[in-house]
Design a protein around this ligand. Structure first.
Ligand code: SF4
Length: 347
């Protein structure tokens, strides 16, 4: 496999060039592209309308970076976590979060194997970074979970969030390419408005999203309203402080008008005091932003406890009195380690 090229890193034009260089008719490129992205085949031999000589040549020159199902776990609340094996043996996880009452079926996808950012409350961060996922590997998670969603709930996926393992903006090119194929008529043809990329906060990459005029929504994992508190739990805050992030997000909103949200895991004694609520409300004035407060699931990392429900409710209520848009999300998939910050390839 070493000398072979991952064919899904090629654009349709590049496949066409390759086809013409090897003296096959141009329409073969379109057929190959269709098999790769629409039909998501893992072997060239499955591309039934290609001649044998072309299949052999494809086999000698390329490989396909498909992912394969390794473990599926279903939570009591309907959440399904899937572990996938990559072509080089690495493992990643994706989570299907169904909310049938709202007709909402969301997949949470991974963008890296592990993560380099080491947020202190996160199991993925403890793994370190193994490698970036390819666009194909990100895309395949959506395809596979979509199939699972149809099988279990008789419904297609409605939303995609890049909130699984890894920091999406540190795998910028592949993440954007995966979005391109998820939204393309050559791929899944979903609306970019149904996609949210979640970042721990890298100001210069947020500006790059703005300059690239992307069409998807952006979530910032805020988790604390002051630099002092945030730097203690998210080391990335030391080089990307809250003012720098707000400037970049304002730029993002001005240029794209896409939705912005703040993810805010409620930790007892760390970020849900009334003082925190006041500081957070002040941080919600510069551009329209929704705050999603998320119940924490203890994962055995020292120093973090779940905030009580009434404490969360008081915190949320204060924000509402300050005209901040707030949603409180009860945690999903706790019993299978599928909840926020729990993805770490455990059985
Ligand atoms: S919370 Fe996100 S950015 Fe932080 S270590 Fe975990 S996966 Fe990485």
């Amino acid at each position: 496999m070493k000398d072979k090229v991952n064919i899904r890193t090629l654009t349709s034009n590049q496949i066409q060039e390759w086809i013409l260089k090897h003296n096959f008719p141009k329409f073969r490129a379109k057929q190959i592209y269709h098999w790769l992205w629409k039909k998501v085949r893992s072997h060239f031999s499955e591309m039934a309308n290609l001649p044998g000589a072309l299949i052999d040549l494809l086999d000698q020159s390329f490989f396909i970076d498909t992912i394969s199902e390794d473990l599926v776990q279903k939570s009591d609340d309907g959440t399904i976590k899937c572990r996938y094996k990559l072509h080089d043996g690495h493992l990643i996880e994706s989570v299907l979060i169904p909310v049938p009452s709202d007709n909402r079926y969301t997949v949470c996808v991974s963008s890296q194997v592990g993560c380099s950012l080491d947020c202190s409350f996160c199991a993925t961060g403890k793994m370190g970074l193994k490698r970036n996922l390819t666009a194909g590997e990100i895309y395949d998670q959506v395809v596979q979970i979509n199939t699972l969603c149809q099988e279990h709930f008789d419904h297609a996926l409605t939303n995609i969030v890049y909130m699984g393992m890894g920091e999406p903006l540190l795998n910028y090119r592949n993440v954007l390419r995966s979005v391109e194929m998820i939204t393309s008529p050559d791929g899944l043809h979903m609306s970019p408005r149904r996609i949210t990329i979640s970042t721990a906060g890298i100001a210069k990459m947020i500006r790059r999203l703005a300059d690239d005029n992307v069409r998807f929504n952006l979530a910032l994992s805020l988790h604390a309203p002051t630099d002092d508190a945030r730097s203690k739990i998210m080391p990335i805050n030391e080089s990307n402080n809250l003012d720098a992030l707000e400037d970049a997000l304002e730029d993002f909103y001005r240029q794209t008008k896409n939705k912005i949200s703040y993810e805010y895991i409620a930790f007892n004694g760390i970020n849900v005091s009334m003082e925190d609520a006041r500081a957070l409300a002040k941080r919600c004035k510069r551009y329209p932003v929704r705050v999603n407060i998320i119940e924490y699931n203890p994962i055995g990392l020292g120093g973090f406890e779940k905030a009580e429900e009434d404490q969360i409710d008081r915190f949320a209520q204060f924000l509402r009195t300050q005209n901040v848009m707030v949603t409180v999300r009860r945690s999903r998939g706790k019993d299978i380690d599928a909840a926020c910050g729990q993805l770490a390839n455990k059985d």
